[in-house]
Design a binder for this molecule. Structure first.
Ligand code: FES
Length: 81
């Protein structure tokens, strides 16, 4: 099993340790998950699937709770959705 995986976040290729959640990958790379209706940046709060603050599009599926998804090679993530 490789030590790391490569995903794309908003078109940028990033490499993260194997087993990293998508929410963690977004934060590790200095980003945030989405923008609130008031225009505020939002990111993971609970880390266990309850708050829905970590939503982003993963592999073309919008509004995914990224704290509940583990990164896999070639995954496409779009934030601020
Ligand atoms: S951080 Fe709360 S649902 Fe993902």
């Amino acid at each position: 099993m490789p030590d790391s995986v490569t995903i794309r976040i908003d078109g940028q290729t990033v490499r993260v340790p194997h087993g990293t959640s998508v929410a963690a990958a977004i934060m590790m790379n200095g980003g945030f998950c989405r923008t609130s209706v008031q225009g505020e940046p939002r990111s993971a709060v609970c880390g266990m699937g309850i708050c829905f603050e970590c939503r982003a599009a993963v592999n073309g599926v919008a509004q995914q709770r990224t704290c509940q998804i583990t990164c896999v090679d070639e995954m496409q993530v779009v934030t601020h959705g």
